[in-house]
Each structure stands twice: as structure tokens, then as C-alpha cells.
Design a protein around this ligand. Sequence first.
Ligand code: PEP
Ligand code: MN
Length: 343
Amino acid sequence: MVIIMNPEATAENISEVIRTIEGVGLEAKIMEGAQQKIVGVIGDKTRMASVAIDALPGVDHSVSISKSYKLASREFHPQSTIINIDGVKIGGETPVVMAGPCAVESRKQILEAAEIIKEGGAQFLRGGAYKPRTSPYSFQGLEIEGLKYLAEAREKTGLKIVTEVTTVEGIDPVAEYSDVMQIGARNMQNFGLLKEVGKRGKPVMLKRGLAATIDEWLNAAEYIMNEGTQDVILCERGIRTYETYTRNTLDMSAVAAVKHLSHLPIVVDPSHGTGKWRMIKPMAFAAIAAGADGLMMEVHPNPARALSDGSQSLTAENYREVMAGVKKLAKFIHDENLNPIVY
Ligand code: PEP
Ligand code: MN
């Protein structure tokens, strides 16, 4: 349930609403709406039946939230969330790009990649130090050593770091060396991990599970937010369908759906979404045209020699080309007032 205060509501009116909510054993959260303050109620809403909340002074009306997720829903939080990571805004007017190799393979490789990424104009360097590979015999990542190389790349380039955390034990080191902690597709419903990550308060990027519905995905975000971390970025990375030409089926309609259902920013990953480097450019353009808040793309100094996902990684040259197009497209959409989102 959300309680919409009228624009003239006083601080005392709001305190009384909060006291009433807490009085029935529920939690209240205050949010700024466009014109007025909104108080969200968290917990079992049937308990609200014993209080006439709409009758309290300063209350305009209350709305019951129909979804099983609340904090992540737009009903609960009508304004789009902008996540500010040391000045880099995700969910604002300009799309944000996260780019880099699938995995941190060596100091030389990640530093070289970071220079390419920086020069092409992305704001984030990506690269896994802990790799959740399908086969246990595949390269599993450099772990702490990889995180240190990422931190060195951040130091040298000023790029922000987004990297995956795969276990509860990995949260401390990943939180220490990164700006955004990534939860991969395979862990989207690892609720123990989501809860522990949510307790840290550090921004999280939550990738959509391989076979997750949008509802399940937003509920996974809710697990993180319910522990206190409100800065959650969603990442559409393709889902399993009967199609085999592409590695996954990139669900571009998820961008429009998420924008309607949630206030959280959403980025699109055409690398994992297609599995093919040739498809990154058209899908990146499509994502920006659909209203995505950013992109995640795999880029490798030498994709042919990559230890993982080389076939879905851009070369430096292709990356620059994609970035130039994305920049022009985003500017055109902005300048022509072509905002595609229908809330
Ligand atoms: C990744 O981004 O490195 C990754 C492993 O992707 P996903 O979890 O989407 O498969
Ligand atoms: Mn990868």
C-alpha cells in the first residue's frame, strides 16, 4: 500500500501517518513524489484494515499495490530512480555504457582493455574475476588477483568497475574493489546471496535469469531492496527459448515492460543476449531506441584469443564504431524529444 499525502500536508501529518503504520507492526518508507510526499507501507497489508488511514489529516488517498514486489514497483515509487555513482548517473538522460572482457585474464589484458574502453567513451569497465562457467573445466577466473587488476585499471583510467559476485564469501572482496556488484543470470534466484548483497548497501546490477519471467526478476530485485539496498540496476541479457541460432533470445520488450512496472534503471547486454559479436551493434541501437538506460557489452583486445566469450566480444575497432553510433542515436532521441517510454 502507498499513502499519497496532499501537497499541503505538514511534517506532523506525515509523522502521524508513520506512527499509525508502525503502530500496527508495519514499516513505513517516505518517498518524494513529483508534487507530494508518498508513504509506502511494507509488510502484511491486511494489518492496515484496522486503521482508517485515509481519514488522517494530510492524507489525500491510499492505493493498494497489486504486485508481489513493492519496493521495486513503479506503483510504490512513481518517479524513475537515478543511481548516482560518484557522478556517473544511471537512469538519467544519457545512456551509460559498461564494457570490457568477459573475464579478467591477466594484468596486461585488463589494462589494455581498460584503455580501449576509456578511449571509446564508456563509463564502466566490466570483467569477471569470479566466473560462473557452465563447465567446471572452463577457466574459472583469477579471483582476488583479478579484482586487484580491475582496481589498478580504475586507478589508471578513472573508469568505474562492475564485476560479478558469485558467493556470499566473495561479497567482501568484490564490494571492496568494485563500484557496482553484479549478480549474474545463474544467481538471479540465489536468495541467500541476494539478501547478503542487499545488506551491503552498495549498488547492484541484477542480470535476468536464463529462464526468469519479468515478475520473478523484479521479485529478485525486491529481495535486495528489502535488505536496504535501493540502488539496483536491472540487466536484460536474453532468455532461453527454442531458438538456437543465437545463444539466448534478447527480450527487447523487457525494456518497455520494466519501464512500466518498475522505477529501476535497466541496461541491455547484447553480448550474452545474442552470443554473436555481429549482432551487438544492431541490438545496442535497438536497446537505446527502446529506452534502455544503458548497455553492457563485451570487448576484448584480441577476441580470437579470449579465454571466454570471444565470439560475442567486440574488437577495439568495432567497439569504437558501436559507441559512435550509440552516442549519435542517444543525442538524436534527446534532441528530437523522441522519448520512447510509455509509463
Ligand atoms: C557476465 O556478464 O559476465 C555473465 C556471466 O553474464 P550472465 O550472468 O548474463 O550469463
Ligand atoms: Mn561473458
